[in-house]
Design a protein around this ligand. Structure first.
Ligand SMILES: *[C@@H]1O[C@H](CO)[C@@H](O)[C@H](O)[C@H]1NC(C)=O
Ligand SMILES: *[C@@H]1O[C@H](CO)[C@@H](O)[C@H](O)[C@H]1NC(C)=O
Length: 289
């Protein structure tokens, strides 16, 4: 009798130790587990995100990419990426951002503000969403050695949506002056800027809504290229314009090697005439001293 009581209290003690250890590990962001699986680094930062990760973890696989690429312009560098996003990824990204859409802002005179230059709506995407994570990893892979992993990053991703009549007048994605480094980013230099841009189309059920680069030309005459009619063409006022095609993306480099912005990357989202265009922006950030 006495030995049974002893063994059950021993079992209770062991269970209590396990529970305490588990909650300590959990409280301190599972440092032990993070060393086993890189996924835990991203999904263990709070109980809420952890729960979400666990929900997705069983079903989600980040697939090997299947995109193909074509250089449109070498200087400035502009690359067309065919099938950057898979249909299931588009669905998941839309679901992740849908409730967050609010009028888009632009950065002017040192702050973000509403403007008639940009009439779309934008939605930040949660970094802990497995599909968002997967697409950002793909973008990072595409960037190769452009980012220094010890200080640069892929930046906060967002969706942008244009409905009939909405547009984004000519603009550049880079900042005139590097943005100040905020608390929590210390040790990474004094300022950052958007070294490049990915613009990936999620929904293309629209007329109009082309992305127009007035100062970028193709090297070859476009009419000689069968693709010309389908995906891009020359604009009557110069430069190239790209029809929104779901899953496809444009990639271009915003900054020169010395960190100065390249004015030739100026571009516009031409007005959507009818329907809806939704895209994802990825703006990798380069940090400078
Ligand atoms: C593209 O062509 C236009 C008109 O000829 C020219 O002004 C512009 O500088 C060219 N862009 C580049 C990047 O060469
Ligand atoms: C940076 O490089 C570009 C391209 O070579 C050049 O036009 C620009 O003047 C340079 N800027 C500075 C601040 O040196």
């Amino acid at each position: 009798m006495a030995s049974m009581t002893r063994s059950s209290s021993a079992i209770a003690f062991v269970i209590a130790v396990i529970v305490v250890l588990a909650s300590v590990l959990y409280r301190f962001k599972l440092p032990y587990l993070t060393s086993l699986s890189p996924h835990f680094v991203l999904y263990s930062s709070s109980s809420k995100t952890f729960g979400r990760y666990m929900k997705h973890a069983s079903s989600f696989r980040c697939p090997q990419h299947t995109y193909t690429t074509e250089i449109i312009s070498l200087d400035p560098l502009l690359i067309y990426i065919d099938s950057f996003l898979a249909p299931v990824e588009i669905e998941a990204l839309l679901e992740a951002g849908e409730s967050e859409f609010a009028p888009s802002q632009v950065y002017k005179r040192g702050r973000n503000q509403d403007t008639s230059d940009r009439t779309s709506s934008s939605a930040g995407l949660p970094r802990d969403n497995p599909t968002v994570q997967c697409v950002l990893e793909r973008a990072e892979g595409f960037l190769g050695t452009m980012l220094d992993p010890s200080r640069d990053d892929i930046g906060p991703p967002q969706l942008v949506r244009y409905t009939a009549g909405q547009r984004f007048n000519r603009h550049r994605d880079w900042y005139e002056r590097p943005q100040p480094v905020r608390k929590g980013m210390l040790g990474r230099g004094k300022g950052w800027n958007r070294i490049a841009s990915f613009f990936a189309i999620l929904q293309d059920q629209c007329t109009g809504g082309e992305t127009w680069f007035p100062l970028i030309n193709a090297t070859i005459p476009l009419d000689a290229d069968g693709k010309g009619d389908r995906l891009w063409k020359t604009h009557e006022n110069g430069g190239l314009m790209f029809r929104p095609v779901s899953g496809n993306a444009l990639f271009w480099v915003n900054l020169f090697a010395n960190g100065t912005g390249d004015d030739r990357t100026i571009h516009a989202g031409l007005p959507v005439e009818e329907g809806l265009k939704t895209a994802m922006n990825i703006w990798p950030r380069k940090f400078y001293d």
